[in-house]
Write a protein that binds this ligand. Structure first.
Ligand code: HEM
Length: 66
């Protein structure tokens, strides 16, 4: 099942915190939606890990709402 997306796993070891994580991310994005016109990903450095996908570093530029 090849995939590049960042997710919460599946099956018996699915992330037990995924509902909390989704709530937190939803709240954050709702607040930012009024203030940010655009996000731009400038660069990324993948995390080196055999079991998890993620970034050690993700540089993002934020264009505020005028
Ligand atoms: C964006 C935030 C999060 C991401 C992307 C994430 C991702 C993941 C993934 C991919 C796994 C499965 C790992 C595997 O298959 O071995 C996992 C497991 C787990 N996560 Fe999360 N997680 C997040 C937030 C949280 C939070 C907020 C909590 C706790 C409050 C949490 C608690 C756990 C626990 C305890 C497991 C182990 C479940 C098990 O092995 O039965 N996670 N998470």
């Amino acid at each position: 099942m090849p995939s590049d997306h960042l997710a919460f796993g599946w099956g018996e070891h699915v992330c037990v915190g995924m509902h909390l994580a989704r709530l937190e991310m939803g709240a954050l994005l709702e607040r930012l939606a009024d203030r940010v016109a655009r996000f731009e990903i400038l660069g990324q450095q993948p995390m080196i890990n055999n079991g998890l996908r993620g970034f050690d570093r993700l540089d993002v530029a934020i264009e505020p709402v005028a």
